[in-house]
Design a protein. Sequence first.
Length: 427
Amino acid sequence: AVWVTALAPYVVLFILLIRGVTLPGAGMGIQYYLTPQWHKLGNMRVWIDAASQIFFSLGPGFGTLLALSSYNKFNNNCYRDAILTSSINCLTSFLAGFVIFSVLGYMAHVQHKSIEEVGLEGWIRRSEPTFAWRESGKPFGEKPPPISPDRDSNLDLPVLSSRAQHDKRESGKPFDSPVQHQVSALDHVDTEVGPGLVFIVYPEAIATMTGSVFWSIIFFLMLITLGLDSTFGGLEAMITALCDEYPRTFGRHRETFVAVLLVLIYICALPTTTYGGVYLVNLLNVYGPGISILFVVFVEAAGVCWFYGVDRFSHDIEKMIGHRPGLYWRVCWSYISPVFLLVIFIFSLLGYEDMLTGEYVYPPWSISVGWVLTASSLVCIPGYMIYKFAITPGSCLQRLSKIIKPEDLSEETRLNINSTYGTGTHV
């Protein structure tokens, strides 16, 4: 299944690329994509977004890479894998940009608008009934009234959703034709953040193409496979960690444990499918992984390089691949990566309130819930540090010295660890 979910998106991506570059106006979109805007490099938010993109693409700090690498043999060439994985990731993102902006250029050509108006302005935000509903003070997550499509568009094939039909029926008015009503759960989310581009702009562009049904099917199949593949990795990180840590409790009953875990996650995800689910998704997206993952990766980098030591780390890699990492890697591990992560983390904290701005104002209790969600990931690190400090015998300085000092494993222990690599957690 992993081979299918990992490779199928590339097949669809190339198909959509070929279709996109053959559309009229595609060149305008690609030119916009490849034209650098150097002045934006002075905006710290650009760097924060770039760092977030790298983290979500490569996945450091989530545990997925650690879990999957635990199934490798001890002498696996991790150096080659790191270079190859990072390169493929960057090239994939670059390729996806051509797919997106070729279609945005086509949309701009059809509507006689600029790329900014098509891709970044937000399509349904211009609907006055929606603005009035937002400003009416209705409770969080309440269903908005049906709205009319934006008549500025020159497109005659708006995307009709089941949500539009449902809202029309409840309004008590006859449902005349598909072009009269158009509504989406993303009507109240700024399309700049990503979902609007994927679920509104791109599908509406596909709806204007010849054979739109086929293009829609393969596009959303690609999204499904991407989601499944990401879910596989995230779940494997949890399953492997718990089965390794508690082999008698979870390892012996792996199938049952996985089934129970999936049911719990399914139940927890149900609220995101309601009318207010899009607000919940946005809240989770902002307060879930952003700040916490930056902090976790910074602590990992600092722990490995400053406490465990770059020399020990380089020696371990030398035992695995046969040669020590070069000076460039040691400088990056020791200084560049930790400092860069710390700076991005600090600026993320300073600008955190701006991430939920928009027409909809989140109630104070939801912001508190978001911060609790963020703290739930962060508190584990200082919490365990305090726990180890409390149970370690000796004076305060002796305790601190012991808990930050890496363990000196005997040669017998090292050989035992080496022999268990690649065995995984199959019990």
